[in-house]
Design a protein around this ligand. Structure first.
Ligand SMILES: CC(C)(COP(=O)(O)OP(=O)(O)OC[C@H]1O[C@@H](n2cnc3c(N)ncnc32)[C@H](O)[C@@H]1OP(=O)(O)O)[C@@H](O)C(=O)NCCC(=O)NCCS
Length: 162
């Protein structure tokens, strides 16, 4: 059993540390600059207010996190959200991603979220496999929707109804 709990802003530094390589070393994230702990604290606070932000920890160490965020701004979209999950690369394939989503998705449903979306920059075999394992289905692929590290990048969108 992997302990999963709601994040606090005190988790911001560790979440920023986990996230940074996915910004700087490739295009898993489409951000161009890794957020600092202050920026991450703001994101955590916002997500806790609107959706949720969870961390998975073992022996007091945060090993990964997952959160929900707004899908689109207009009113009728507010029953949908985006989800994302990031695991410390040294801790992959130990059930952390699954544990985070198994906790996050019911919490989003309890907040009256009906549909969860995940945009996965390609290629990302692990993320596609995790989302399929969690019941997400492919909606379609945005071709060449982003430019990062000298190339066009595609994003596959997956969704699950809650
Ligand atoms: C994608 C990611 C979140 C998966 O997290 P994880 O903790 O390693 O995944 P889990 O151990 O919970 O795996 C759950 C299931 O997902 C699938 N899966 C996960 N990683 C996989 C891999 N590398 N290859 C194939 N299937 C995989 C399997 O079905 C697995 O179940 P199993 O281990 O019983 O076979 C993690 O690899 C990660 O953080 N990657 C980098 C960041 C990222 O891509 N985030 C998603 C952005 S859209």
């Amino acid at each position: 059993m992997i302990p999963v709990r709601s994040a606090t802003v005190a988790d911001a530094s560790r979440c920023a540390e986990i996230y940074a390589p996915f910004v700087t070393d490739g295009w898993v994230s489409f951000e161009l600059d890794a957020p600092d702990p202050d920026e991450m604290a703001g994101r955590i606070a916002k997500a806790l207010n609107s959706h949720d932000w969870l961390v998975a920890e073992r022996d007091g160490a945060v090993l990964g996190y997952a959160y929900g965020s707004e899908h689109r701004t207009r009113g009728a979209y507010q029953t949908s959200c985006d989800v994302a999950v990031y695991i410390d690369p040294g801790q992959a394939r130990q059930g952390l991603g699954r544990a985070l989503y198994e906790a996050l998705l019911p919490r989003l449903k309890a907040r009256k979220i009906h549909a969860a979306f995940a945009g996965i920059a390609l290629p990302n075999e692990a993320s596609i496999a995790l989302h399929r394992a969690m019941g997400f289905e492919l909606v379609g692929t945005y071709k060449e929707v982003g430019w990062k590290m000298g190339g066009w990048r595609d994003v596959a969108w997956f969704q699950r109804l809650l």
